[in-house]
Design a binder for this molecule. Structure first.
Ligand SMILES: C[S@@+](CC[C@H](N)C(=O)[O-])C[C@H]1O[C@@H](n2cnc3c(N)ncnc32)[C@H](O)[C@@H]1O
Length: 453
């Protein structure tokens, strides 16, 4: 028997871990790549494309498939649904894969999974019809813009409705389209160790071509590579790390001087902590608080690789009072947990994972973290509130609720004094906002506050 291409089977495994156990696809992908270190580059690229593509287009795929199915999607065997999604994705979006091959592999996957023959027959029939007849027509945009946009761009109707109401048709449609573009692989350069100018030839010697990012001065876009970038020696040496350009810009918002004491809540895997260390020239202190021990472990590794000696990682729940001295910090950075709706390009599964009702769970936690941080900031000190979501309940409204109760804080009165790269992203009365459309970066929100008394 000819051996079957690995990518489709591995993609099916990742998608079923995701569907059955709620594991994030990027975590399941990391497991697969660890277990198959010698996966040929073409198979690896196809695996990533299939997994992210299926999650990106899931809403459209399910709608198109249900058109050809005799029973509701929910009644299908879960594995059959995943095989159908994988097959339909290839038929619709991967022109280099012949329809015949995609259908044949889907049927073979059902057989390899030990599913009854009837399931293979159903998969064959549905995919053949999709290939022959093409997808059904979308509901007309004029008559039902929400249904049309939701299917055309595979976003949940509640989200389309929100963006449509708030931004109007052209801007909402541009955002939806931008969310479906595969984002560039961007990296932040470790300015404690090197410069973008020095790193570009070093990466070239390692088989990776790179160019500077558009807005952030010390970032690069990786354009092509011979081996996977995380295997490059320069990565192991901590000369760069993956980060969206919007997050790089957000990391510039907090005014800092070497020697400052900084409180960071929600340090995660260290994207902002390493940036703070650079901006402090490793002088002062960053108390980097993170709740989850797994992330804290990764944070410690990242700090070591980065040479970020100024940062002290601390495991604590920033939703409760922390043992912090009143006014002990010059600055605080809060990268709060949020719905992540600004990162749909990189985490497309949020589109089907998040329900509108979930949005209400974030603001109380976000406000609480602001309240925990506030007393630690000295008079004249700065507090930066950051999210990676588009929704006002988690952004402006949380900041407004905080300011209402804390008259000793106000929005930074001089946004024009902030570093030039962030200025194009500032809007009245002082919000920082990036967006996939028109900026081509993830959607981040920031509010820089100062303590007056
Ligand atoms: C947006 S992510 C942080 C990303 C990180 N700052 C970076 O740039 O890579 C928010 C982080 O807050 C952490 N978190 C959530 N609730 C928390 C709490 N109550 N106390 C401390 N950290 C918390 C999450 O585990 C998550 O790592």
């Amino acid at each position: 028997m000819a051996s079957r291409p690995a990518a489709r089977d591995l993609a099916l495994w990742v998608l079923s871990e995701n569907a059955r156990r709620g594991i994030w696809v990027e975590d399941a992908l990391a497991t697969v790549l660890r277990r198959h270190p010698r996966l040929p580059p073409a198979e690896r690229a196809l695996l990533l494309e299939l997994v992210q593509g299926v999650k990106r287009w899931e809403i459209w795929l399910d709608w198109a498939l249900s058109h050809f199915l005799p029973q509701p999607l929910k009644k299908l065997h879960p594995r059959v649904l995943l095989i159908l999604r994988l097959g339909a994705y290839q038929l619709r979006f991967l022109s280099r894969i012949p329809a015949r091959a995609a259908i044949h592999e889907a049927v073979a996957q059902a057989k390899a999974a030990g599913l009854p023959q009837a399931h293979g027959g159903l998969i064959n029939a549905v995919l053949r019809r999709l290939a022959r007849e093409g997808p059904p027509p979308l509901p007309p945009k004029e008559r039902d813009p929400v249904a049309h946009l939701s299917l055309a761009y595979a976003h949940p109707p509640w989200l389309v409705q929100r963006w449509l109401r708030r931004e109007g048709l052209p801007a909402a449609e541009a955002r939806l389209a931008a969310n479906n573009r595969v984002p560039p692989l961007t990296v932040r350069v470790n300015t404690l160790k090197t410069t973008p100018e020095a790193l570009i030839p070093r990466l070239a010697a390692e088989g990776i071509s790179a160019r500077p990012t558009t807005f952030y001065p010390h970032g690069l876009v990786l354009m092509a590579w011979r081996t996977p970038p995380p295997e490059a020696p320069s990565y192991g040496e901590g000369l760069w790390r993956f980060q969206d350009e919007g997050a790089m810009l957000a990391g510039l918002l907090l005014p800092l001087s070497p020697g400052d004491t900084v409180l960071e809540l929600g340090a995660g895997r260290g994207g902002k902590t390493t940036h703070l260390a650079e901006r402090l020239h490793n002088q002062g202190l960053v108390a980097a608080v993170e709740l989850h021990s797994g992330r804290l472990r990764e944070l410690r590794q990242a700090l070591r690789a980065w040479g970020a000696t100024v940062a002290a990682p601390l495991r604590a729940d920033a939703g409760r009072a922390l043992p912090l001295k009143e006014g002990a910090c010059d600055a605080a950075l809060l990268d709060v947990p949020c719905s992540g709706l600004g990162t749909l390009r990189r985490h497309p599964e949020i589109k089907t994972r998040l329900a509108e009702a979930d949005l209400a769970t974030f603001p109380p936690r976000q406000l609480r973290m602001l309240e925990v941080a506030a007393p630690a900031v000295r008079p004249g000190g700065r507090l930066l509130y950051l999210t990676c979501t588009t929704e006002p309940e988690e952004n402006e409204e949380v900041v407004a609720a905080f300011l209402k109760e804390h008259r000793d804080f106000r929005l930074h009165p001089h946004p024009e004094l902030l570093p030039p790269p962030v200025r194009p992203f500032l809007e009245a009365p002082g919000w920082f906002r990036t967006s996939p459309a028109p900026h081509g970066v993830d959607a981040f929100f920031g509010a820089l506050l100062v303590r007056t008394g």
